[in-house]
Design a binder for this molecule. Structure first.
Ligand SMILES: NC(=O)c1ccc[n+]([C@@H]2O[C@H](COP(=O)([O-])OP(=O)(O)OC[C@H]3O[C@@H](n4cnc5c(N)ncnc54)[C@H](O)[C@@H]3O)[C@@H](O)[C@H]2O)c1
Length: 427
C-alpha cells in the first residue's frame, strides 16, 4: 500500500489532531475541509479548536509543509473521514455528511486506495458507504460484506475514535484501536496504516463489529449512569442519602456503581445510543430506557428546586416569589470544561424558566465568560440579561437558594456550598 499522501476529510475536533499527528510522523497530509475559514486558519499554522498541545504541533507541521488544508478534493492514497454524524429530530442518524464526503472523494479514487471511516456511525454504515462509492465509480471494484473472493480495487474500513477531549494528542497514540474491515484484507490494510502512529494495540475485526463497539462503549456508560440516576430518585423517595448509599454498596467487592448527576450531556454519550435504538428498536429496550431515564433527570432536579423554593417562601412569608435569588452552579455538560453542548444543566435552567418566567436566575459557570452565544429562553418581552445574570461564585453563595449542577473543581473546593440552602445533585 502506498502512503505518499494521506487525506483527512473534515478538520474538526477529531480530524485536525489526527492530521497534525500523522504529519508530525513525517507523512504528507492534506486536510479536505468544506469550511474555507478553517482551511485559512490551518494554512496559517493556527487552530480553530481548543486542545492542549495542538497549536504547537499544527504550527510545526504546517511550517515544515507536511500539512496543508484545502476545500478542493485531490488524490491521496489513504482517506480518513471524520465528518459529523448528528441525529435528526426523531433520533434517527443523519448520514448526509458521510454521504457528501463520499461523493466528494469518489471522483479522485484510484486502484490501491484505502478509505477509513472514523465518524461515529450506525452499524452497516461502512457497507453502505462502499455501495455509494460503487454506484458512482463503476470502473473500480469495492468490497462487499461477506464476499471475500476476487481482487478489490479500493479497501474500505471503519475505525472509531475514543479520545478524551483535553487529552487527544496522547490518546490518539496510546489508545487501543478496533479496526473493522468490510473484508479481512481491508482490515489488514487499515491496520498497517494505524500502526504508523498508534502505540496501543490495533485489533482487527469486521466493520460492523467495530461500528457497534463504539456505540456500545457509549451506551454502556449511559446505562450505568442511568442506574445511578434512578437510584437518586428512589433514595429521594425514601429520604436516603444516595451518596452514602452508593459508597456503602460499592464496598461489595463486585459492585461498582457510578455517581448520579443532573442528567447526561455532550455530543457522544447522549447521542450515540440512539443509533442503536433507531436501528433495532424492538431489541434495545434497556438502552432506550437508560436514555429516557437520563433525559428525564433535569425534570426531577427542577422538582427538587421547586420544593426548596416552597419551603423558603413558607419560612419567609413576606418575600415576593419573583424576588427570591436563585443560583444555578454550573452550565457545562461535565466538570471542568466550557462545552455546553446538550448540557443537562442548561436543560434544568430552561425547564425552570418555562415554569417560572419572571424570576431572574443567577448562573455561575467559571468556564464561560459571556452568555451571548447560549440559547436560553426569554419569551417575547425580555432579553437574556433581564432574566439571567452570569455571576461570580462569591455572589452566588449569597443567593437565597441554589442548586449545584456540575461538579467543577471550583465548586467542590468551596465549603460554603454545603450550606442548607443549596441542593447538590452531583456529588
Ligand atoms: N469530538 C469528539 O470528542 C469525538 C470523539 C469520538 C468520536 N467523535 C466522532 O467523530 C466525528 C467527527 O466529530 P468532530 O467532533 O471532529 O466534529 P466537528 O464538527 O468538530 O468536525 C467535523 C468537520 O468536518 C467538516 N465537514 C463536514 N462535511 C464535510 C465534507 N463533506 N467534506 C469535508 N469536510 C467536511 C466540518 O466543516 C467540520 O470542520 C463525529 O462522528 C463524532 O461523533 C468525536
Amino acid at each position: 500500500m502506498k502512503l505518499n499522501e494521506i487525506a483527512i476529510v473534515g478538520l474538526g475536533y477529531i480530524g485536525l489532531p489526527t492530521a497534525a499527528l500523522i504529519a508530525s510522523k513525517g507523512l504528507d497530509v492534506v486536510g479536505l475541509e468544506i469550511n474555507e475559514d478553517i482551511c485559512k486558519i490551518v494554512n496559517a499554522g493556527d487552530i480553530h479548536i481548543v486542545e492542549p498541545g495542538l497549536a504547537d504541533m499544527v504550527k510545526q507541521v504546517v511550517a515544515s509543509k507536511r500539512l496543508r488544508a484545502t476545500t478542493v478534493v485531490e488524490q491521496a492514497d489513504v482517506f480518513v473521514i471524520a465528518v459529523p454524524t448528528p441525529h435528526k429530530a426523531n433520533y434517527s442518524p443523519d448520514l448526509s455528511y458521510i454521504r457528501a464526503a463520499c461523493e466528494s472523494i469518489a471522483g479522485v479514487l484510484k486502484k490501491g486506495d484505502l478509505i477509513i471511516l472514523e465518524s461515529t456511525s450506525p452499524v452497516t454504515t461502512t457497507d453502505t458507504m462502499s455501495a455509494w462509492l460503487a454506484s458512482i465509480r463503476k470502473d473500480l471494484s469495492f468490497p462487499i460484506e461477506g464476499q471475500y473472493e476476487g481482487e478489490i480495487d479500493v479497501n474500505i474500513a471503519y475505525c472509531p475514535e475514543r479520545v478524551l477531549p483535553g487529552n487527544v494528542l496522547e490518546e490518539l497514540v496510546k489508545n487501543d484501536r478496533s479496526i473493522g474491515g468490510v473484508t479481512p484484507a481491508c482490515a489488514e490494510a487499515a491496520r498497517s496504516f494505524y500502526q504508523l502512529f498508534v502505540e496501543g494495540d490495533c485489533v482487527t475485526t469486521t466493520a460492523r463489529t467495530a461500528e457497534m463497539v463504539k456505540l456500545v462503549e457509549n451506551a454502556s456508560r449511559d446505562v450505568n449512569i442511568a442506574f445511578a440516576n434512578e437510584l437518586s430518585l428512589i433514595s429521594g423517595h425514601f429520604s436516603i442519602d444516595v451518596r452514602e448509599l452508593i459508597s456503602l454498596a460499592n464496598r461489595h467487592p463486585r459492585v461498582n456503581i457510578l455517581q448520579p448527576g443532573a442528567g447526561v450531556g455532550g455530543h457522544c454519550i447522549a447521542v450515540d445510543p440512539w443509533f442503536l435504538v433507531s436501528s433495532a428498536p424492538s431489541l434495545t429496550k434497556m438502552i432506550r430506557t437508560a436514555r429516557e431515564v437520563n433525559d428525564s433527570k433535569p425534570e426531577w432536579v427542577v422538582v427538587q428546586l421547586e420544593k426548596k423554593l416552597s419551603s423558603y417562601l413558607l419560612a419567609n412569608p413576606s418575600k415576593n416569589m419573583n424576588a427570591v435569588r436563585i443560583a444555578f452552579f454550573g452550565m457545562a455538560f461535565k466538570p471542568n470544561i466550557d462545552d455546553l453542548r446538550n448540557s443537562p444543566a442548561i436543560e434544568v435552567i430552561k425547564l425552570f424558566r418555562e415554569k417560572h418566567p419572571n424570576i431572574k436566575l443567577e448562573l455561575i459557570e467559571p468556564n464561560v465568560t459571556d452568555l451571548s452565544g447560549v440559547a436560553l429562553p426569554c419569551g417575547e418581552d425580555h432579553d437574556v440579561s433581564e432574566l439571567y445574570q452570569l455571576t461570580s461564585l462569591e455572589e452566588g453563595l449569597s443567593a437565597d437558594i441554589g442548586v449545584i449542577l456540575v461538579a467543577h473543581d471550583e465548586f467542590k473546593n468551596e465549603p460554603a456550598l454545603n450550606a442548607h440552602q443549596f441542593i447538590n445533585v452531583v456529588w
